[in-house]
Design a protein around this ligand. Structure first.
Ligand code: 7MF
Ligand code: ZN
Length: 882
């Protein structure tokens, strides 16, 4: 245990910086074990700072200080400054005029397993500075509201590091004796140090260009390890698509003449928007039809777009402090969601985003780590890159979009860019721009930024036949979250549509308003009535269309009503949602039957509903597949008071099997009609065919039918694309199958040199419900291809087992918990960020039975007693127990 609990940083303590850094000239003499950093800073006192201090306090961690020079002529001695573990204080710096401070220090990238600051990945040197990694490179004012102009010179061995990259434009390069060379980069835009990046290595480059709306040619370069050059085309296309979309939808044009992307195999997170030099996890760049699935292709395009969109929402306009993280992340996620919706299928994209929000962010919001999208306090900022800040943050931006309409939102974003270009600002500034551009009052809406927890909307209604009116009563309530016992009512947009019993659209006409096909109700009070008029019959009510707010909806609806909505709702989200509610209710009922040892019987209304869906012609086959998909075990678990993973699994498998038995012919026909041995086809039609076919295969493989098992085996052997190969392997791993072992071995043999495919191989086995899974996971930990130092591998094996395998992770004897705690303790010193993210599987311990609660908390306690526990792990483990 550490001696003192780590310090908490509070939003309320924010003060402006005491000094500004106007420019910084960095010089790196790169070496694996001993990199020399020289930083020449031009500083001046910030006149707005009220502090009387005359000392300059810079942040720095794990640095070996060599020299400090003031104004290029005075070398300071250790009487002029003081070092601590995480700072450098220079005494009595000039207060009246700008001054120059030159600092020399060394760092050791090779021992940097935390992958923050400058580190080594497969022989390549690269950096990750967000949020506070720059302080691991050199002493600086490492805070986002200190923005400086950077020039960077990289010096390195030409053989080992032929490619030397940093932000901005290349301004000079040259040769040096001893096979050394150097390159200088200049970034003309002021930026906070978290957007700094450098990359050095033996990299190959795919190059293309983009002509902006104003006619400027931008050079686009994607750098990868040589054997990956054949997997960059999709990323390049994605970048061009994103650049065009941002011009068309937001009027945002790229500003530099060069845009570089580097793919790195050791990376803690998805990717990073460093100015002009994005660094990506290989997972979100590399794709070839035979190595990447359709979903990989889609994610790559989304992440490339996300990082590109940050150039305006994050880089040109950045965050004042890290409490404002959702300002750039929530907005940028909203932008990438809309982009992907426009590129693929709006309906499918919205459903996938909501699915993720409801299974994962809702759990975060309901647990001990609940926090508002703009948190008030943190110990380790890396722990606040959460689903709440990102995904709920995007929902909050989406609600503003819904309230203002697309045009009003665009006026707001234009004003936001115009007002704040080049500044470090707050969420408040964003809301103010939206208000000012639309002349609206979002005072109450602001509570979404400060209030944690998922509101529950309870909806009831009465129809008055004589008056032809429908009264909709909506109540809102938000359960307490840690530190927030009392919740104020929120401003919630609720999109509603009405449907007559014959399936036709009923008019939405509020008292005194005009009739429309649908309406956005603005709920602002704890309880509110909305009266619809001119309704000649009692309509079915479609509430929260498009999932217009991140809330839980409670509404008594019979299975018949839900089946009606599944057939007739014109809103694609709510139509799917009705189906999910329908099967969800039935599965939850079956869970109780499992628990009470009652015989299981599937309500025929479900089979009928599925039969109807199967009988209709669907243009969007991906949407069709979603209509046929059962709610996930994790989503079902969210609906239970006390989660029973075994009963949920049994009940859900029973439904799947029964549906397969009853609909076998239709599913087989659908499979055969859509099965092709295609490669390289990524249009919506081909993607949809694969998705619907593989959905059918998954149902059919629940049957104990040798012919079907042969189909799966055959598909595995002949697949010409990774989507089909993985889908086939997955049904063989998740169900008893004669060729399971052989195919797993063959797959490894075939793909052992493609790290991202081997990640799939690990993850697939770790998430299988097969009875031998825990033993398999343990064996895989000892597999030569497993490595605790590679975050993608850790997530593929340990992450998949603990987060995507509720059945086995929650084994009653606690072996899953103990296994996870062992790995977290090992990762604590190796990579605290990855370690801390792995704890989430234990955080929800209160949702399980008493015996599991005891086992889970015992492991959390054990984690808390880790020697030299990191801030990252300490914060999450201690808050999980609180
Ligand atoms: C799409 O946000 C959505 C979210 C921080 C690192 C990327 O651009 C980022 C970085 C984390 C978690 C999720 C994402 C990112 C990070 C991400 C990536 C793509 N500024 Br941590
Ligand atoms: Zn981001």
């Amino acid at each position: 245990m550490r001696d003192a609990s780590p310090q908490t940083t509070y939003l309320k303590d924010y003060t402006v910086p005491e000094y500004f850094i106007h420019s910084v000239a960095l010089n790196f003499v790169l070496d694996e074990e001993n990199t020399l950093v020289t930083s020449r800073l031009t500083l001046s006192r910030n006149p707005a700072s009220r502090s009387m201090e005359t000392d300059l306090v810079l942040t720095g961690e794990n640095l070996l200080l060599r020299r400090v020079v003031l104004n290029d002529d005075t070398e300071l001695t250790d009487k002029d400054y003081q070092k601590t573990l995480d700072s450098l204080t220079v005494y009595n710096v000039p207060q009246q005029q700008p001054f120059v401070l030159t600092i020399e220090n060394t760092i050791n990238p090779k021992i940097n397993t935390a992958l923050e600051g400058l580190y080594l990945s497969n022989g390549m040197l690269c950096t990750q500075c967000e949020a506070e990694g720059f302080r691991k490179i050199t002493y600086f004012l490492d805070r986002p509201d200190v923005m400086a102009k950077f020039t960077t010179t990289l010096v390195a061995d030409k053989g080992r590091y032929p490619v030397l990259l940093s932000n901005g434009n290349k301004i000079a390069q040259g040769e040096l004796p001893g096979n050394q060379h150097w390159v200088s980069w200049e970034d003309p835009f002021s930026k906070p140090c978290y957007l700094f990046a450098l990359v050095a290595g033996q990299l190959e480059c795919l190059e293309d260009k983009f002509t902006t709306q104003s006619g400027r040619d931008i050079s686009l370069q994607i750098f990868v390890e040589p054997h990956d050059l054949d997997k960059c085309a999709h990323a390049m296309q994605s970048l061009q698509n994103a650049m065009r979309w941002d011009e068309e939808v937001y009027g945002c044009e790229y500003d530099l003449d060069l845009y570089m992307i580097v793919a790195v195999s050791h990376f803690n997170m998805g990717a990073m928007e460093n100015k002009g030099l994005n660094v990506f996890n290989t997972k979100f760049v590399l794709a070839r039809p035979d190595t990447a699935t359709d979903s990989d292709y889609e994610h790559i395009e989304g992440v490339i777009a996300h990082e590109y969109f940050h150039n305006w929402t994050g880089n040109r306009i950045t965050c004042r402090d890290w409490f404002q993280l959702s300002l750039k992340e929530g907005f940028t996620v909203f932008r990438d969601q809309e982009f992907t919706g426009d590129r693929t299928s709006k309906a499918v994209k919205r459903i996938e985003d909501v699915n993720m929000l409801r299974t994962r962010q809702f759990a975060e919001d309901a647990g001990p780590l609940a926090h508002p999208i703009r948190p008030d306090a943190y110990i380790e900022i890396n722990n606040f890159y959460t689903l709440t800040v990102y995904e709920k943050g995007a929902e909050v931006v989406r609600m503003i979009h819904t309230l203002l309409g697309a045009e009003g939102f665009r006026k707001g974003s234009d004003l936001y860019f115009a007002r704040h270009d080049g500044q470090a600002v707050t969420c408040e500034d964003f809301v103010k721009a939206m208000e000012a551009a639309n002349n609206v009052d979002l005072s109450q809406f602001r509570r979404w930024y400060s209030q944690a927890g998922t509101p529950v909307l309870t909806v009831s209604h009465t129809y008055n036949a004589a008056g032809q009116t429908l009264t909709l009563t909506i109540k809102q309530h938000c359960p307490p979250t840690p530190g927030q016992a009392v919740k104020e009512p929120l401003h919630i947009p609720v999109k509603v549509g009405l449907i007559y019993p014959d399936g036709s659209v009923a008019p939405c006409q509020l008292e005194g308003g005009t009739a429309a096909d649908e309406v956005i109700l603005e709920l602002t009070q704890a309880e509110q009535d909305f009266v619809f008029t001119g309704l000649t019959a009692a309509p079915a009510i479609s509430v929260l269309r498009g999932f217009s707010a991140p809330v839980k909806l409670v509404m008594e609806r019979s299975l018949e009503e839900l089946a009606f909505l599944l057939s007739h709702d014109s809103d694609t989200f709510n139509r799917w949602e009705a189906g999910q509610q329908l099967v969800g209710q039935v599965i939850i009922g079956l869970v109780a039957d499992v628990q009470n040892n009652r015989e299981l019987r599937l309500d025929p209304i479900i089979i009928d509903a599925f039969r109807q869906v199967l009988a209709q012609p669907w243009e969007d086959l991906s949407y069709f597949s979603l209509l046929l998909s059962l709610p996930s075990e994790t989503y079902l678990a969210e609906q239970m008071e006390v989660i029973d993973v075994v009963a949920i699994h049994k009940a859900r498998e029973f439904v799947k099997l029964t549906l397969a038995e009853n609909l076998q012919n239709a599913l087989q026909t659908l499979y055969l009609n859509n099965h092709r041995d295609e490669s390289g086809q990524f249009d919506a039609g081909a993607i949809g065919r694969r998705r619907i076919k593989n959905t059918c295969l998954s149902y059919l493989c629940a049957l104990d039918d040798l012919a079907i098992k042969n189909w799966a085996h055959q598909q595995f052997k002949t697949a010409k694309n990774m989507t089909d190969q993985m889908a086939a392997l997955s049904v063989m791993v998740n169900n008893p199958h004669y060729a399971r072992k052989q195919c797993l071995t063959d797959f490894y043999q075939q793909w052992q040199h493609e790290a991202l495919v081997i990640d799939k191989w690990f993850a697939l086995q770790a998430s299988s419900p097969a009875p031998d899974t825990f033993a398999t996971v343990q064996a895989l930990m000892a597999h030569p291809a497993f490595d605790l130092g590679t975050p993608n591998r850790v997530r593929a094996l340990i992450g998949a087992f603990s987060q995507a395998n509720p059945l086995h992770f929650h084994a009653a004897n606690g072996q899953g918990y103990q296994f996870l705690a062992d790995q977290i303790i090992a990762l604590n010193t190796l990579n605290p960020q990855v370690a801390s993210r792995m704890i989430s599987a234990l955080t929800s311990w209160r949702r399980y039975d008493a015996s599991r609660q005891a086992l889970m908390t015992a492991q959390l306690e054990r984690i808390m007693s880790t020697e030299a526990i990191s801030k990252d792990v300490y914060e999450i483990a201690s808050k999980s127990l609180a």
